[in-house]
Write a protein that binds this ligand. Structure first.
Ligand code: PEP
Length: 252
């Protein structure tokens, strides 16, 4: 069986102004044109209008880094799915460990966000991953299985087959300490097995599971070649043109 289409998704976090963002993607367009991998840039809300316009006609897709699950109303500071969809957003990253840690995002909230994103015709990129303590205590599998199980409550098999899960061990995010290929593969395999249990073989074969945590130009190829890893959610290295280009073209 051939593997799924590899995704190289950048998560810019709170970096780049709207002007810098447009300049970056205008340069990136030419560098990644015709790549075999799907290219996604996860940009701050205020950068979305300019970036979505700039990537038109290219192979770059736009992701938001968060969304609120309600359609509208008194939620000061929040942004709805309809607002993102109208701007041309394809993917929404939810459940990133930074949002869980600094903004109190829970598995139940992530489940509501996933539901709203799918209903709006966009695709969630659902993040999960263990802390160093959890890994050392040997509860990585239980923790990640629980996170994903709750996030997927009420999501149909057809919907699940289209979504993206990003396994991001917290100890590897922004630390320069990448999980080994085997560690990353093991947990991505556990997630795929969970999807098989929750749904069926077909969904398990279709769903894309990314690895995230200090992915760079040097380690992307080996990670993305692992059987259960379908690409990467990339933080720091996605802010640099040459590094992100090399990650996208890891198999060139
Ligand atoms: C991330 O932000 O999801 C991430 C994995 O960051 P970094 O690649 O910098 O570790």
């Amino acid at each position: 069986m051939s593997k799924r289409v590899i995704m190289a998704a950048g998560n810019w976090k709170m970096n780049k102004t709207p002007k810098e963002a447009v300049e970056f993607v205008n340069s990136l367009k030419g560098l990644v044109a015709g790549s075999k991998s799907e290219v996604v840039v996860g940009v701050p809300f205020v950068c979305i209008p300019g970036v979505a316009e700039a990537v038109k006609g290219s192979n770059i897709k736009v992701a938001a880094q968060n969304v609120h699950w309600e359609a509208s109303g008194a939620y000061t500071g929040e942004v709805s799915c309809a607002m993102l969809k109208e701007l041309g957003v394809d993917y929404v990253i939810i459940g990133h460990s930074e949002r869980r840690e600094y903004f109190g995002e829970t598995n139940e909230m992530i489940n509501k966000k996933a539901r709203a994103i799918l209903d709006a015709g966009m695709t969630p990129i659902i993040c999960c991953g263990e802390s160093l303590t959890q890994r050392e205590q040997g509860v990585t599998a239980e923790h990640v299985r629980y996170q994903i199980k709750v996030a997927l409550l009420g999501i149909s098999a057809e919907e699940a087959s289209r979504l993206v899960i990003a396994y991001e061990p917290i100890w590897a995010i922004g630390t320069g300490k990448t999980a080994t290929n085997e560690q990353a593969e093991e947990v991505c395999g556990i997630i795929r097995q969970l999807i098989r249990e929750l749904y069926n073989d077909d969904v398990a074969e279709k769903i894309r599971i990314l690895y995230g945590g200090s992915v760079n130009a040097g380690n992307a190829k080996a990670l993305f070649e692992m059987p259960n890893i379908d690409g990467g959610l990339v933080g720091g290295a996605s802010l640099k043109l040459d590094a992100f280009e090399q990650i996208v073209k890891h198999d060139a």
